[in-house]
Design a protein around this ligand. Structure first.
Ligand code: RUQ
Ligand code: CUA
Length: 762
């Protein structure tokens, strides 16, 4: 339990039980190594990853949650899980998809009117300023239902979902431009842009791929669909994308596979997709001048399809914003180097990884030097004219990330189950390390920015067989932590992830993240504004109209207002709840029997839910977070009366259960608690606590709690003066609740000051 149990502490210390006798001799490190069969290498790896209790991780990773539709957050080097962020899929702990505010976000992701309650999340992207992470926003795509979500890193919540208006799938997103002006999302499986039936026989003429550029308004923290556009591309299965950096910042790069434009047909005796799609020796890297494309849209040169700006292939060719370059068979991944001078592309079915030179590409374009045109008239730059170098890294090269050293790159080798470290300037291999199995993406710290920090690499392995304790035929995934700070890469840790196939992940220096700890009071977090339903203490109210009930309520330790909600069968009921707490961990939950309602009310938040009370009955509700010693008592009843119900005579009034003795006993306890609080406060204020911002914040928190305590004390004393011992005892208990919280916060502040070696000033 997270709170100190005051009674227990008192009793234990009274009997001296807190002092344990040393009955067993402590084990030495050597003993433990022998007992557990650990080598010195194991111990070294453990020492590199172990984060002692109370200490924090250096990096925070945002990983795709695959089919779960979530984002997984964990720390490096400890690999400790910190959070699942609900994105495309309802998630009750966060109230996501259960309160009206978040349901509105999920509803933005409806596909042609249909609610979609999962996502195949692939590539998370952190917002950037001048090509470096700024810690403000995270974006992630859904491959199955082409969508992009915006997550605000101020509170780690999903704020927006946009649906691609012309694609029916999308793989190559999300990746951001150097200053997060645009987020790219490329199509995967070519389809007609229109939402209508087009026979496969018209594949070459009517099916299309493309690259969508979503405009991001930083001030609003939202994608603006009206200012976004798509550059149409041939039906070549556009795969992954990346934006340029520095010299190449105005350009984007998207690889593709199945440029054969094969449409399957094994049912008609034709070879299957996988054979037809890998027949040619090369596919195409798409090179797009997105800056110029955006200007073309502004100049009115785009066509409106499904109410969305599309630059047709014809326009793109005429205006010189789209080029193709052959790339090795079945390529995967397109990664721009930190200096923006090269683009690295691997061929899954080729041992080569190709390094294209941005400068050479530009030279070919300005010289008009092309080896031909594709069937859609797009100029093709010869591979030899664009290549800087090629490297033989191993079998099945896929994705590339960059290290902190000059020209240092890391590429995953799917078939070999290895990671290659190599020099992309020279095209030579430096080191290799065997990883567990089925590696897809890999990730280094800040490895896709202008300034990679290196240090650690995570290999994202799919379907971890033979590695962890078996849990049935569906296997967890395996994220392997690798130390890349030395000349030889070393494996440090295997972390099973029990949630969807890992695709890509991004790791950011923890110092760059500054999430808030509470909301401004009465906040609609999803809309990021004060909620119109914000309710202050004492202003709770119920508005009844025929057939309709609207309640503006509050929650605070250990009480839900209203406690009793009475409605009539068939009523349309809306309830808005505001969490009045300011203490940083005082989240209350709200669960209601039989209505699929489950809210998370973090301090300051206002959430709503709506339902039709169609069945007469008794529906208890309660708080689902262990928020205080009286958490279990944080409860209420929704009573749905049948239509035309005749009220029975009221029962006699409630009987008091508390007496003067109870009140006196509680007051005595409160005074003792106050003494402890005073001591803690004296300790803190006699030190230079003002030099520690987190202690100052804790003190503010504690002061809030003490003010609440004072209010309850006033009520208790007033009731006692009237000899209303029932209410006096209850309010005295409430007063104590706030004291305990204040003491708890104070003790945390004191411990922190002691740890940090604060100086005595008085
Ligand atoms: S992908 S395993 Cu979906 Cu990024 Cu390459
Ligand atoms: Cu609030 Cu439990």
């Amino acid at each position: 339990m997270k709170r100190l149990n005051w009674d227990k502490v008192a009793v234990l210390s009274l009997f001296g039980l807190l002092i344990t006798e040393a009955v067993w001799a402590a084990e030495t490190l050597q003993d433990v190594m022998t007992r557990r069969g650990l080598t010195e290498k194991d111990i070294l790896a453990a020492a590199k990853t172990y984060v002692p209790s109370g200490k924090r991780d250096e990096y925070i990773v945002f990983s795709s949650g695959g089919q779960s539709g979530h984002v997984i957050v964990y720390g490096i080097p400890s690999m400790r899980l910190l959070k699942y962020i609900a994105v495309f899929t309802p998630e009750p702990w966060q109230g996501y998809g259960f309160d009206e505010e978040s349901k509105a976000v999920l509803a933005q992701g409806n596909i042609q009117g249909k609610a979609i309650t999962y996502g195949d999340t692939h590539h998370p992207a952190l917002s950037e300023t001048n090509g470096e992470y700024d810690g403000e926003y995270l974006f992630i795509n859904d491959k199955a239902n082409p969508r992009i979500a915006v997550i605000d890193l101020h509170d780690f919540e999903t704020k927006q979902i946009v649906v691609n208006p012309v694609f029916k799938s999308s793989h190559g997103g999300a990746f951001v431009s150097e200053n997060t002006e645009y987020i790219i999302e490329s199509a995967q499986y070519a389809t007609p842009y229109e939402n209508e039936y087009v026979p496969l026989e018209q594949f070459n003429e009517r099916y299309r791929g493309g690259m969508t550029y979503w405009y991001f308004d930083r001030a609003k923290g939202r994608i603006i669909p009206e200012q976004s556009f798509t550059v149409m591309a041939p039906p070549y299965s556009q795969d992954l994308s990346d934006f340029g950096k520095g010299p190449s910042a105005d350009w984007s790069f998207t690889n593709s596979f199945c440029s054969e434009r094969y449409v399957g047909g094994i049912e008609q005796g034709k070879p299957p997709f996988e054979a037809g799609c890998s027949a040619k020796d090369t596919d195409f890297l798409h090179v797009v001048n997105w800056r110029k494309a955006a200007e073309l849209v502004k100049a009115g040169k785009a066509t409106l399809i499904n109410n969305h700006h599309v630059i047709t292939i014809e326009t793109a060719v005429k205006e010189g914003i789209l080029y193709l370059i052959p790339e090795a068979k079945s390529p995967h991944g397109a990664d721009v180097t930190p200096d923006g001078r090269y683009i690295v592309v691997s061929g899954k079915l080729d041992t080569h990884t190709s390094v294209y030179s941005f400068e050479k590409i530009q030279q070919a374009i300005s010289a008009g030097k092309f080896e031909g045109k594709d069937p859609y008239g797009i100029p093709i730059i010869a591979m030899t004219d664009a290549l800087h170098t090629q490297a033989e890294l191993g079998l099945g090269p896929l994705h590339t990330q960059f290290g902190a050293r000059k020209c240092e790159a890391f590429t995953s080798l799917y078939v070999d189950s290895m990671v290659a470290r190599w020099d992309y300037c020279e095209g030579k291999v430096l080191d290799k390390i065997a990883i567990h199995y089925n590696i897809g993406h890999l990730m280094t710290m800040h490895g896709d920015t202008k300034k990679p920090e290196g240090k650690y690499l995570v290999a994202l392995n799919k379907l971890a067989i033979d590695r962890f304790n078996p849990v049935g035929p569906l296997h967890p995934q395996n994220h392997q932590l690798i130390d890349i700070s030395n000349e030889k890469m070393t494996l440090l840790y295997d972390m099973p992830l029990p949630l969807g196939e890992p695709h890509y992940a991004v790791g950011i220096n923890a110092n760059l993240l500054k999430p808030i700890i509470r909301y401004k009071s009465g906040w609609d977090s999803r809309a990021n504004q004060a909620s119109p339903y914000k309710t202050l203490a004492g202003r709770e109210k119920t508005v009844k109209e025929p057939g309709k009930v609207e309640i503006l309520g509050t929650v605070i330790r250990s009480h839900i207002t209203p406690e009793i909600i009475e409605v009539t069968e068939g009523d349309d009921v809306t309830i808005h709840l505001t969490n009045l707490e300011r203490a940083q961990d005082e989240t209350h939950g709200f669960a209601l029997y039989g209505q699929n309602v489950n809210l998370s009310l973090e301090p300051g938040k206002t959430s709503s839910f709506h339902f039709i009370a169609d069945k007469p009955g008794v529906y208890p509700y309660y708080c689902t977070e262990f928020c205080s010693a009286l958490h279990l008592e944080m409860q209420g009843y929704l009573l749905v009366k049948p239509k035309n119900y005749q009220e029975a005579a009221k029962q006699a009034g409630e009987t008091a259960i508390y007496t003067k003795a109870d009140y006196d006993k509680q007051v005595e306890k409160n005074q003792a608690t106050q003494t402890t609080i005073d001591q803690v406060v004296a300790f803190i204020t006699s030190h230079n606590y003002q030099e520690f911002p987190s202690v100052v914040a804790l003190m503010e928190d504690a002061t809030d709690q003490l003010n609440f305590a004072k209010e309850a004390q006033t009520k208790a004393t007033a009731a006692a003066a009237k000899e209303d011992w029932q209410n006096a005892a209850l309010w005295a208990g409430q007063w104590w609740q706030y004291q305990v919280k204040a003491a708890d916060i104070g003790l945390r502040a004191k411990a922190y000051l002691e740890q940090q070696g604060a100086n005595k000033t008085k």
